[in-house]
Design a protein around this ligand. Structure first.
Ligand code: ZN
Length: 230
């Protein structure tokens, strides 16, 4: 008979003056390296659920396991929010050097980015339960709500033509694919990395903070608002 009750395996290396994240058993689920001198994220086990690396010297969010649900990186030197896994639910990024809220997975429910240098917020998910952004230059400002459309370029026309006609992407020459893939901004609605056709600037109703929402061409076009090429 195996164990009926499984306790998530927890490993803690808090305040050891470590410069590197120690390798831990592969089945570790909760891991803390809080209060060391760690500069880089690596060596995390594949199935990790929670990771706390607050009070360190981390510059970059990278090599995060796809399984992670909760990530604490407060009091570090992070400048950019990136590489957060798609299933992440909680992100704690207070007291860093973040300048923009971006690349936030739709799965996020709790987002804390107090005391950074944030001047821009992009594609903030609608389903956030908690969003804390105090102590940033953007806090307390209001934007003039507006929508901007980018004029069509040959690139956007070709990309949308391929998309709208469900063309087999295998027959598109590699050079053309590379050219079309070069805009890598995520569309707020479909989540795909696409050419951004429409940008909406508006105050988030719940958090009362200026936000930018980016949309690809396909997601910008509604029945009310139909564009024609010719
Ligand atoms: Zn889209």
């Amino acid at each position: 008979m195996g164990n009926l009750f499984v306790t998530p395996s927890l490993v803690s290396y808090e305040s050891y003056e470590l410069k590197q994240i120690p390798i831990v058993p592969y089945d570790t689920q909760i891991y803390s390296c809080k209060g060391n001198q760690i500069e880089e994220i690596n060596n995390l086990p594949e199935n990790l659920l929670q990771f706390n690396c607050s009070d360190n010297m981390i510059k970059k969010i990278e090599r995060i396991p796809q399984s992670l649900k909760k990530l604490s990186l407060t009091h570090n030197l992070i400048q950019k929010i990136e590489n957060l896994p798609d299933g992440l639910v909680e992100f704690y990024g207070n007291h860093n050097k973040i300048t923009k809220v971006e690349n936030i997975p739709k799965s996020i429910s709790y987002l804390y980015v107090n005391f950074n240098q944030i001047t821009e917020i992009e594609n903030l998910p609608d389903d956030l339960i908690m969003f804390n952004c105090y102590g940033n230059p953007i806090y307390g400002t209001k934007c003039k709500e507006q929508t901007t459309y980018k004029s069509f370029t040959l690139k956007s026309i070709v990309a949308d033509f391929i998309l709208h006609h469900n063309m087999n992407y295998d027959i598109v020459p590699a050079e053309l694919k590379e050219y079309l893939a070069s805009p890598t901004n995520k569309c707020f609605k479909c989540g795909k990395s696409k050419y951004i056709f429409k940008k909406e600037f508006k105050n988030h109703k719940r958090w009362e903070i200026p936000c930018i929402y980016s949309y690809c061409y396909k997601c910008s076009v509604t029945k009310k608002n139909k564009f024609t090429y010719f």
